[in-house]
Write a protein of this length. Structure first.
Length: 357
């Protein structure tokens, strides 16, 4: 029997897929996210699985892969496309290759177009396929950077994905609406960019007029992913925090999710490092937060209790990330940054004092 789990990273809207052979416990993970390695490793340990490979469908521009970190933690091998340009992998995959895990395997299909090194992984019995940013649910990946080509993507999809059985389930690398899965038959009929009688020229015209901004993390993610997520700051070298479910970012910052903080705010010290005008401004502030502007923090750290965990807060998470480093340098051992800051807190409808509608 196949063990299958679909996991989600909220910050980048990335799906990570864990597949394992239940008889042997051998597993592969597709498109792991750096900040979620702790979660993924814990799940595999609970299920008694041995990770054989990390697989990336392409060189991502919106998040850093967890491949290198998982290799450090589990001894797994890193496998990427031979056309990706990435360095540091253990195995370079080409069209027609197979990636085995126990008695199961994934078939490798080259599906360039979003990037020149995109792969789709098809389960051995053709009941599931993992399409990366090639086919999305009622959409497709963009083609306007990283050697993208709409002509190539159209041909990839129609020759390598739409030729699978109509009942084959398609699992994309992203979805921004909460949708989780589609099928070959659905996308062949209903995809507004690719389905029905739409031609290659129709698709190319659509893609050339998307006019989307580049991903926010592109300047960090692409160079890091070209080295399979290699980082000099390895969180596995030290004991992981146990006072809250934290995620470690590629920048070397421990972050905390808003939902946990909302439920456990009384157990921590909330330190808002914005300026007074922002603290009292439109975004408001979290009830119980202590205002210490970032520029004053190093001189005022003694106002904080060194025995209680500290969560730093700012508008979007940048200044508060710096604040965690200042606190750590001052000897605070339990410090985390609020992921996404007040912008995300408000966007998710969480309560504030002050602010405007």
């Amino acid at each position: 029997m196949l063990i299958f789990r679909q996991l989600f990273d909220q910050q980048s809207a990335t799906y990570t897929y864990l597949l394992a052979d239940s008889k042997t416990g051998a597993a592969v993970i597709i498109d792991p996210v750096f900040e979620q390695v702790r979660r993924d490793a814990a799940l595999m340990e609970e299920l008694g699985l041995q990770l054989m490979y990390t697989l990336d469908t392409h060189v991502h521009a919106d998040h850093v892969t967890g491949a290198w970190l998982l290799k450090r933690r589990t001894g797994s091998q890193i496998a990427v496309s031979a056309s990706s340009g990435a360095k540091g992998a253990d195995r370079y995959l080409s069209h027609g290759d197979q990636v085995s895990f126990g008695g199961r395997y994934l078939m490798v299909r080259a599906t360039p177009g979003h990037t020149s090194g995109c792969l789709t992984f098809v389960l051995d019995n053709e009941t599931m396929a993992f399409t990366g940013d090639c086919v999305l649910i009622r959409g497709s990946g963009r083609t306007d950077f990283q050697e993208g080509d709409p002509h190539e993507m159209y041909r990839s999809i129609h020759t390598q994905i739409f030729t699978l059985p109509e009942s084959c389930l398609l699992y994309p690398a992203h979805d921004y609406r909460g949708l989780t899965v589609t099928s070959v038959g659905e996308e062949r009929h209903f995809n507004p960019r690719l389905g029905g009688q739409l031609s290659e020229n129709d698709f190319v015209g659509y893609m050339k007029n998307l006019q989307l901004p580049h991903p926010r993390k592109m300047d960090i993610a692409v160079p890091a992913n070209l080295e399979c997520g290699l980082t000099q700051s390895d969180p596995t070298a030290a004991a992981e925090p146990d006072w809250a479910p934290l995620a470690y970012t590629f920048a070397g910052i421990w972050e905390i999710e808003p939902n946990w903080l909302e439920e456990n705010a009384d157990a921590v010290q909330l330190v808002d490092v914005r300026e007074l005008v922002e603290f009292e401004g439109a975004l408001g502030h979290i009830r119980g937060a202590k205002l210490i502007p970032l520029g004053e923090l190093s001189q005022r750290v003694d106002e904080l209790d060194r025995e209680r965990p500290v969560v730093t807060i700012c508008r979007a998470g940048g200044r508060s990330a710096q604040a965690t480093l200042i606190a750590q340098q001052a000897g605070f051992g339990k410090v985390a940054n609020l992921a996404g800051g007040m912008l995300r807190w408000r966007a998710e409808g969480r309560g504030v004092d002050g602010g405007s509608a």
